[in-house]
Design a protein around this ligand. Structure first.
Ligand code: ASP
Length: 296
């Protein structure tokens, strides 16, 4: 079974426009599946990075210094090869750079200035990912921060609200891939890296299956959520039980989030413990409108 699934971040209210954007991204990913499972997840994530509705690429949240620093990664389960960029600035599509790291370098992960220099060498033009909306959110958040409050983008924006990190999984002819991208968390310290670009934490895959996660990155890093979940699948645990176990592992740490999990046979599930977890899935070319994430 061939499929592409996407998520738009676990968190607050699901904006209807975001559902449409997710469906478009899943379709875009599926249309790239002819090029392979990696092309599909890269294309799906690019569609969401290009859409300012999401906290990834254009539309990313700003850090404490008022800048956008982004993390992104891609993982090929069939070969267990991966590429990522963390704390990268001034590129349009961090996931594209992550793919180039995987394909064009002997490395798995590039950070900061080195990642930017590599992106330019590979022909990725300088791009300002800051939107007016995120500037306004930052201005509100920095005021709250100065008052000693813990700013919450969901409460501040009062709209789509979710943390809006994006991720995608694809399965083609038994080969699985994962990709993810984020601007991270609002008012993060410059240089802070979340789980999205950290292999094993927010993204992982093996020939048996793939996982992408969303939620507060520090917990996913501490609990090694993605690799731990893939390891369950490697031991024969089905996607449903593996995903549930991942969320229970989070809940056990008092944390919230969501996971997309798929195996090489095309069994796929989305499970979360936040208010909402917007997702979309295309199977064999058809948008599955009945596909809904399971809240536990
Ligand atoms: N995992 C992301 C981070 O901590 C945020 C998110 O998924 O909402 O950078």
């Amino acid at each position: 079974m061939d499929l592409v699934m996407v998520h738009g971040g676990a968190g607050g209210e699901n904006h209807p426009v975001q559902s449409e954007a997710l469906e478009k991204a899943a379709m875009a990913g599926y249309s790239a599946l002819s090029g392979g499972h990696l092309d599909a997840v890269e294309r799906a994530v690019i569609a969401m990075e290009d859409d300012p509705l999401f906290n990834a690429g254009y539309g990313s949240v700003l850090n404490l210094a008022g800048e956008v620093e982004m993390d992104a990664a891609i993982f090929d389960g069939s070969t267990v090869r991966c590429g990522g960029v963390v704390a990268i600035r001034e590129v349009r599509n961090p996931v594209r750079v992550a793919r180039l790291v995987m394909d064009e370098t002997p490395h798995a992960l590039l950070a900061g200035e080195g990642a930017i220099r590599f992106a330019r060498e590979q022909g990725c033009a300088s791009f300002n990912p800051v939107t007016e909306k995120q500037k306004i959110n930052w201005e509100k958040a920095i005021l709250a921060h100065q008052r000693g409050e813990q700013p919450d983008i969901c409460a501040l924006t009062g709209e789509s609200g979710s943390c809006d990190t994006v991720g995608s999984l694809a399965v083609k002819n038994g080969l699985v891939a994962a990709a993810s991208s984020t601007g991270g968390v609002l008012l993060k310290l410059p240089g802070r890296v979340g789980d999205t670009g950290v292999f094993g934490a927010g993204i992982y895959a093996s020939p048996q299956g793939a996982v992408v996660c969303t939620g507060l990155g520090e917990i996913f890093i501490q609990r090694n959520i993605a690799a731990w979940t893939v390891n369950l699948m490697n031991q024969g645990v089905n996607v449903h039980d593996a995903a549930r176990a991942a969320i229970h592992r989070l809940t056990g740490s008092g944390a919230t989030g969501g996971v997309l999990v798929a195996d090489a046979q095309g069994n796929a599930v989305a499970i979360y413990n936040t208010a909402l977890f917007p997702v979309a899935m295309v199977v064999n070319g058809e948008l599955i409108s009945s596909f809904t994430p399971v809240k536990i």
